[in-house]
Design a protein around this ligand. Structure first.
Ligand code: ATP
Ligand code: MG
Ligand code: MG
Ligand code: MG
Length: 481
């Protein structure tokens, strides 16, 4: 099955189970200050769980554009290094708002994966919540018993609170989850070490694909749990990982979600992708990073978040600059080139996400200009970095700040460069230097505007430099809070 067919099969399956199909919410979260980017399918339904809004249907399914590069879920460091974590990815999900619960959710997960999509049953594992006696939360025997209809006991594993219990926050709806993992190893190897002892869930060869959350409790301010009057199901399955399993690949990058983009990178760079994850296979890593980051940047721009100097815009810029540096150092791209990948991305994803197709030209122009402006200082910044003397293996905070301030190097890029040399960065020192600059700018600004502008009562807050505006000038921005 192609990726497009797989996405369609998931949605169609839940449509047949009377779910209303809804579009993905934007990947950029404009109205929730606690969350810059959508990081799970359930984000857009938060109000339904809280009971603040009535759902359009008690059963919903969709594919949600997600991004995990900040806050609680930050997978950026794994991206390119493993074959299963992305910055931007699609999360397929089905929901019950006070309708079906564990029985149907588990039965349908099983039916979809095995009957409909053809995954061999003996490749599958489930995890269930082991309970937390100190907090009076019981073992999720219900989920376990439903799984016993399909799986032998040795392939149902217990998981702890970190992996198998979901909470919205300090208070509010929460509950146990059951996760589905797939053993991707060849059959001979599976036979050699079957069962609980032989399988290291999330270790080599066993991949988590789907999480089913059963929201049945409400945590009150005093920490106690009470049963919710209405119980809900919230599931999320990694689309790229599902494609990897169904297409029998070892990494998401080897599925047709990514091969066309990687193919285009090969064509444009004249290099070939070897699919290696060895630390010295830099060009392979660079191709994965570029392919992944292109999607993150293109989708966020399509949803209205331009690269910029503060907040979510700076996150987008950081991702883009990370990709530009990989392409510069390991794929010999000294000129903008990521923007040239847009036609292939749109060809493959434009149908499922028309917002991408509609704005293709504009997105390409923005990426190109961002690439160009960073390339203006990248080479000098890299030589500056190469000339830095580390202090017992640590890059000085002021040096990291200079790279940021003069050459536009986000701190995570400097950290990455340092790591490649076996060095660390004095990040506390960097933050101090950054703060000093903010204080200086605030004082200067106060002086400058004093005699000709009527100051409002509200204090201004420095929100960062646009280090590389098109004119090459440095623009300082303030916003009133
Ligand atoms: P992992 O343990 O692999 O980091 P997770 O437990 O953090 O995954 P969940 O929050 O349970 O992930 O999200 C539901 C599903 O979304 C996962 O089972 C996985 O298939 C997929 N997923 C999570 N993070 C990523 C990512 N960074 N890139 C691609 N798919 C992801
Ligand atoms: Mg994770
Ligand atoms: Mg996990
Ligand atoms: Mg999980």
């Amino acid at each position: 099955m192609t990726a497009t067919e797989i996405r369609r099969a998931f949605l169609e399956f839940f449509r047949e189970k009377n779910h209303k199909l809804v579009p993905s919410a934007p990947i950029v979260n404009k109205d929730d200050p606690s969350l810059m980017f959508t990081n799970a399918g359930m984000n857009q339904f938060k109000d339904y769980f809280l009971g603040d809004k009535t759902p359009v249907s008690r059963r919903i399914a969709d594919t949600q554009k997600c991004m995990r590069v900040s806050g609680k879920h930050n997978d950026l460091d794994d991206v390119g290094r493993d074959g299963t974590h992305h910055t931007m990815f699609e999360m397929l999900g089905n929901w019950s708002f006070g309708d079906y619960f564990k029985d149907e959710a588990i039965a349908w997960s099983w039916e979809l994966l095995t009957d409909r999509l053809g995954i061999e049953p003996d490749r599958l594992y489930a995890t269930v919540f082991e309970g937390a006696p100190d907090e009076d939360i019981p073992v999720d025997d219900e989920a376990k018993n439903f799984w016993l209809r399909y799986l032998p006991e040795e392939r149902i594993l217990y998981g702890n609170k970190k992996d198998n219990f979901w909470e919205m926050g300090e208070t509010g709806p929460c509950g146990p989850c059951t996760e589905i993992h797939v053993d991707t190893r060849p059959e001979a190897e599976r036979r050699k070490s079957p069962g609980r002892d032989g399988v290291n869930v999330d270790g080599s060869g066993v991949v988590e694909i789907w999480n089913n959350v059963f929201i049945q409790y409400n945590r009150r301010a005093d920490g106690s749990l009470v049963n919710l009057p209405e119980r809900h199901v919230d599931t999320g399955m990694g689309f790229e990982r599902l494609c990897m399993i169904l297409q029998n690949k070892e990494a998401t990058y080897d599925t047709d979600v990514f091969t066309p983009i990687i193919g285009e990178i090969e064509r444009l760079t004249g290099k070939s992708y070897g699919g290696s994850y060895a630390p010295d296979a830099k060009a392979d890593m660079a191709m994965r990073v570029v392919a992944d980051h292109l999607r993150a940047v293109a989708f966020t721009i399509a949803d209205g978040q331009l690269p910029g100097s503060g907040g979510a815009g700076y996150v987008v810029r950081r991702i883009l600059r990370r990709a530009v540096r990989y392409a510069y150092s390991f794929l010999d791209r000294k000129e903008p080139f990521m923007y040239q990948l847009m036609p292939v991305l749109v060809r493959d994803m434009g149908e499922a996400f028309p917002e991408l197709a509609r704005q293709q030209e504009q997105i390409a122009r923005i990426i190109q200009s961002e690439e160009r402006s960073f390339l203006q200082t990248l080479e000098n910044g890299l030589s500056r970095f190469a000339g830095l003397k580390s202090d017992g293996g640590t890059i000085n905070g002021n040096d990291a700040f200079e790279l940021y301030d003069t050459f536009g190097f986000p701190i995570d890029l400097t950290r990455l460069l340092a790591e490649e040399q076996g060095l660390t960065v004095d990040e506390a020192g960097f933050q101090r230097a950054l703060q000093e600059q903010k204080n200086r700018s605030r004082r200067d600004a106060a002086k400058e505007v004093g005699d000709w502008t009527v100051l409002s009562d509200e204090p201004s807050v420095f929100i960062g430099y646009d280090v590389l505006s098109d004119a090459g000038a440095r623009i300082t921005k303030y916003r009133t809070v």
